[in-house]
Unconditional design. Structure first.
Length: 106
């Protein structure tokens, strides 16, 4: 008999909501562009899939939603992801505030 429900790959999906700070809005267009490029490069390196959605003005709690996903077969996958994500975001704490997170395992 064949398995009707084959084992799917384990994944980690992480949703992070960020609000831009007044310091971000004080940046010039060129400075914002540099920040976006550097921050996004770090976020992309932290996961296998990355999508960013503008959630403002639909919600006042955040400006953007960052959805990161990766396979999580390796027992250290989550630790590696959260370390890489923190390294990508920490230098910009004066420009962005993390307002809410949600992690889903499947």
């Amino acid at each position: 008999m064949t398995d009707l429900h084959p084992q799917d790959a384990k994944t980690l999906n992480h949703y992070a909501f960020y609000r831009f700070t007044p310091a971000y809005f004080a940046l010039s267009s060129e400075q914002k562009s540099d920040f976006h490029g550097q921050w996004l490069a770090g976020l992309c390196a932290s996961s296998e899939m990355l999508d960013i959605y503008q959630v403002s003005p639909a919600t006042a709690k955040a400006d953007v939603l960052v959805w990161s996903a990766l396979t999580a077969e390796d027992t250290l996958a989550a630790a590696k992801f959260f370390s890489a994500s923190a390294r990508a975001t920490a230098p910009y704490g004066h420009l962005i505030d993390l307002t809410e997170t949600l992690a889903l395992w499947a």
